[in-house]
Design a binder for this molecule. Structure first.
Ligand code: PLP
Length: 381
C-alpha cells in the first residue's frame, strides 16, 4: 500500500472549510435545504441541446467558448450597461463554480489579502485557501447588509473583494447606493472585484436590480461572474461565463483552460437559446418563486422567537433563531423533526445563530417544513 497525504492546497481547504455535507434525506423528510431550482430546464433549451448533438456539436469548442454564445453574452452585458464598455472579453466557463475558480486562482497569489463578507457563499473562502490567499471576513450588519466602514478598513491593501448579489445565503439585495460606496472605497486602489450575480434574475422587490456593471466606477475593476444554473434551472448543465477587462479575462482563461479545457459544445448551443429566447420562461419561474416567498414569509412569521428578516432576492430566507445552540446542532435536531435546512454557520462564523431555508420547493414542502421547524425550535427551547 502507498501512503498518501493530500497536497498542501487540499489540506488548506479541508482545514478551513465550513461547508457541511448534509446526510441524504430519507423517509418523510421535508427538505428546504436545496440550493437549486426545483423546475426542469425549459423545453426549448433541452431541444436545442439535442439538436446540437444531432447536428455535430460533438467536438472541442474554441477555448474562450462558442463564438455565437460569446457574442450573445457581449450583447446582453452591453445592452444592460453602457458602463460595462471595459468588459470587452468573455470566457464561457464550467458553470459559476468554474468561473469563480478561474478568476480567484488567476488573481490571487499566495499571501494576497482577499476580503469577503461574512456570511457569504462558502465556495469563495475555499477557493481563496486553494490559491494560498489570506481570507479576511468582514461581518455583515444585523440587517445582513454590508458594514461599509468595516469594509473600508479591511479593503486597504486587498487584492480582491468577492461578493454575491443577490446574496446566498441571506436573500439580501445590495442597493445601488451600497455599490456606489464600494466603488468610492476602492477608488485609486488596484483591488479587483468579483461580482457573482448568479441570482440576478431572481429579485422580487419593487426596485429594479442594480448590477455592479451599472456603476461605471465599479464596472471597470469588476469581473462579472454569471451562471445559467439558477435563472434557467440548468444546474446540471455546468455552463456560465465571466466578462471583464481583456487582460484579467486572459489570465482567467489560462486557469480555466488548464484545469477544464473547453466547455461542452452542445451545452453551449443550448445556453445560447437560453440567453436569447427564454426570458418568458425565466419570468414564469420568477413569478412562482415570488408566490412561494410570500408563503414562506407568512409561515415563518407564525414561529415565536424567530427573527425572519427579509428575502429580496435569490430563493432564501436566513432567519435568526433564539435557541442558545450552534446552528449545526439545531439543524441536526430539526432533522429529527423531519425537516432539512442548512446551518448559518456554514456560510461564515457570523452566520451562526441563523438557518438558511430555500423556497425553491413546493407549497406543501414550504408549509409543512416551516411547521416542523416551528415544532422543532419549540422543543429545543
Ligand atoms: C452565489 C452562488 N454563486 C455561484 C454558484 C455556483 O453555481 P454553478 O452551479 O453554476 O456552479 C452558486 C450555487 O449555489 C451560488 O449560490
Amino acid at each position: 500500500m502507498i501512503t498518501f497525504s493530500p497536497s498542501a492546497a487540499v489540506r488548506r481547504v479541508e482545514e478551513a472549510s465550513l461547508r457541511v455535507q448534509q446526510p441524504q434525506s430519507t423517509g418523510d423528510m421535508v427538505s428546504l435545504a436545496m440550493g437549486e431550482p426545483d423546475f426542469d430546464t425549459p423545453e426549448a433549451i433541452r431541444t436545442a441541446a439535442a439538436d446540437a448533438l444531432h447536428s455535430g456539436y460533438t467536438h472541442y469548442s474554441p477555448l474562450l467558448g462558442d463564438p455565437e454564445l460569446r457574442s450573445a453574452v457581449t450583447e446582453t452585458v452591453l445592452a444592460r450597461s453602457a458602463a460595462a464598455s471595459s468588459h470587452n472579453e468573455v470566457l464561457i466557463t464550467h458553470g459559476g463554480t468554474g468561473g469563480l475558480a478561474a478568476s480567484i486562482l488567476a488573481i490571487v497569489s499566495p499571501g494576497d489579502k482577499v476580503v469577503i463578507p461574512d456570511p457569504t457563499y462558502s465556495l469563495y473562502a475555499d477557493l481563496v485557501n486553494l490559491a494560498g490567499g489570506q481570507c479576511i471576513s468582514v461581518p455583515l450588519q444585523d440587517d445582513l447588509h454590508w458594514d461599509l466602514d468595516a469594509l473600508a478598513d479591511a479593503l486597504v491593501g486587498a487584492s480582491l473583494f468577492v461578493f454575491c448579489n443577490p446574496s446566498n445565503p441571506t436573500g439580501i439585495v445590495h442597493s445601488a447606493k451600497e455599490l456606489e460606496v464600494l466603488a468610492d472605497i476602492l477608488h485609486r486602489s488596484d483591488t479587483i472585484v468579483i461580482a457573482d450575480e448568479a441570482y440576478s434574475e431572481l429579485v422580487y422587490g419593487s426596485e429594479a436590480f442594480v448590477s455592479a456593471l451599472d456603476i461605471p466606477a465599479l464596472a471597470e475593476r469588476t469581473i462579472y461572474c454569471q451562471t445559467f444554473s439558477k435563472s434557467y434551472a440548468m444546474t446540471g448543465w455546468r455552463v456560465g461565463y465571466l466578462t471583464g477587462p481583456r487582460e484579467i479575462i486572459a489570465a482567467c482563461a489560462r486557469v480555466h483552460n488548464t484545469a477544464n479545457g473547453s466547455v461542452n459544445s452542445a451545452v453551449q448551443r443550448a445556453a445560447l437559446v437560453a440567453l436569447t429566447e427564454c426570458s418568458g420562461e425565466v419570468a414564469a419561474m420568477r413569478a412562482i418563486y415570488a408566490q412561494r416567498r410570500e408563503l414562506m414569509a407568512t409561515e415563518l412569521a407564525k414561529i415565536p422567537g424567530l427573527d425572519v428578516g427579509v428575502s429580496d432576492g435569490a430563493f432564501y430566507f436566513f432567519p435568526k433563531y433564539s435557541v442558545d445552540l450552534p446552528s449545526v446542532q439545531v439543524v441536526a435536531a430539526l432533522r429529527d423533526h423531519g425537516v432539512a435546512l442548512r446551518p448559518g454557520g456554514e456560510f461564515g462564523l457570523h452566520g451562526e445563530g441563523h438557518l438558511r431555508l430555500s423556497y425553491a420547493a413546493s407549497d406543501y414542502a414550504i408549509t409543512e417544513g416551516v411547521a416542523r421547524l416551528g415544532r422543532g425550535l419549540a422543543a429545543l427551547q
